[in-house]
Ligand binder design. Structure first.
Ligand code: PAZ
Length: 289
C-alpha cells in the first residue's frame, strides 16, 4: 500500500506536464529455498548498469523509478568505496563526524547530486530482494504508470531469476543437512515481459536486456526475445565485455555501442542511454500522430 501511494504520488506530479518517466530495474533477484529463508539462489549482477543508466537518464530529463536489489550499486555512488560510510568518514577529537580528506570531493558530489535528484522529484529508489518482491513491485509500477502512455519507459537491466521454488512447495524451516543430497525441483519463472507489454503498460516503451556467455548465440537470442515479448529494443551483452560494449537489437537492425576508450571515466551506459532516449523520442512522436 505504501509503495503504491509512493508511486502514485511520484507520477501525479508529472501527470500534467511532459516529464518522461523511466523505470530502471537493476541487480539480481534471489530465489529463496526456505519460507523462513536461510539459503537462497543468487546471481552475479552488481547493479552497475542500472545505477549508471539512472544517472544518465536523470541528466537527460527523465524522472526515474529505480527498482533495485538491496545492497547493489546505487546512483551517484560509483566514485565512493564499497563501505562508503565507514571509509569516507572519521570522528574528530571533538567527537564530530567529518569526511576524510581523500574522499571529500567525491562525497560532496554524491550527496549533492543524490539530494538534487530526490528533492527535484526525479529519483524514487525502491529496493527488492526476492523474485517475488521484484515481480510484484514491477507490476505495481507498470500499472500505476499506465496513464503516462508512451512517455513511460521500462529499462529492464535487472538479472531476473529464470527458475524458482513455488512458495507452497518450499520447506518452511531451514533444510537439514543430515538428510542426504539436496533434491529440489525448480520451476520456470513465468515470463512476465509479455504481460508487461500487453496488460500492465501496453503503451510504454520497453527495453529488455539479454546476457549470454557464448557470443555465438547472443544476437540470435536477443532478437528472438525482442520478437517473442514485443520489446521495442533488446540490449545484448556478454558477461566479460559488458562494461565495454553492447549491441542494441531493434526491428531496424543491430547497433553496436562502445564505451569511449579515450576517457578513463567514461562508461558504455552514456552512449547506450543516449541512443535509447532518441529512440524513445521517435516512439512518442509516432504515438502522437
Ligand atoms: O548489474 P551489472 O552491471 O553487473 O550487469 C548488467 C547485466 C549484465 C545484469 C545487464 O546488462 C543484463 O544483461 N541484464 C539482463 C540479464 C538477463 O537476464 O539476461
Amino acid at each position: 500500500m505504501y509503495l503504491f501511494a509512493n508511486c502514485v504520488a511520484f507520477f501525479k506530479c508529472d501527470y500534467e506536464g511532459t516529464r518522461r518517466v523511466a523505470c530502471v530495474t537493476s541487480g539480481g533477484t534471489t530465489v529463496p529455498l526456505e519460507q523462513r529463508c536461510v539459503r537462497y539462489i543468487d546471481n552475479f549482477s552488481s547493479g552497475h548498469r542500472g545505477a549508471a543508466s539512472t544517472e544518465h537518464l536523470i541528466k537527460m530529463g527523465y524522472a526515474v523509478i529505480f527498482l533495485y536489489r538491496r545492497g547493489t550499486c546505487e546512483p551517484y555512488c560509483s566514485s565512493l568505496p564499497d563501505d562508503a560510510f565507514l571509509e569516507c568518514f572519521e570522528v574528530t577529537k571533538e567527537s564530530a563526524v567529518q569526511v576524510c580528506q581523500p574522499y571529500s570531493e567525491a562525497v560532496k558530489r554524491a550527496i549533492r547530486d543524490h539530494h538534487a535528484a530526490v528533492a527535484g522529484g526525479l529519483l524514487l529508489k525502491l529496493p527488492f530482494t526476492t523474485i517475488f518482491e521484484y515481480l510484484q513491485m514491477l507490476q505495481m509500477i507498470a500499472v500505476s504508470s499506465r496513464s503516462l502512455g508512451p512517455c513511460s519507459m521500462f529499462y529492464l537491466a535487472a538479472a531476473v531469476s529464470d527458475f524458482y521454488v513455488p512458495w507452497k512447495s518450499m520447506a518452511e524451516h531451514k533444510i537439514q543437512s543430515g538428510s542426504g543430497p539436496l533434491d529440489i525441483q525448480l520451476l520456470q519463472v513465468p515470463k512476465m515481459l509479455s504481460v508487461l507489454r500487453k496488460e500492465w503498460a501496453p503503451m510504454a516503451f520497453c527495453i529488455s536486456f539479454k546476457l549470454e556467455t557464448d557470443a555465438e548465440i547472443l544476437l540470435e537470442k536477443a532478437d528472438m526475445a525482442r520478437k517473442k515479448y514485443g520489446m521495442h529494443a533488446v540490449v545484448a551483452n556478454e558477461l566479460l565485455s559488458r562494461k565495454e560494449q553492447v549491441v542494441v537489437v531493434t526491428n531496424n537492425g543491430k547497433i553496436p555501442v562502445y564505451r569511449d576508450k579515450t576517457s578513463s571515466d567514461s562508461d558504455v551506459e552514456k552512449p547506450l542511454t543516449k541512443l535509447l532516449v532518441d529512440r524513445h523520442s521517435v516512439y512518442i512522436k509516432d504515438s502522437n500522430t
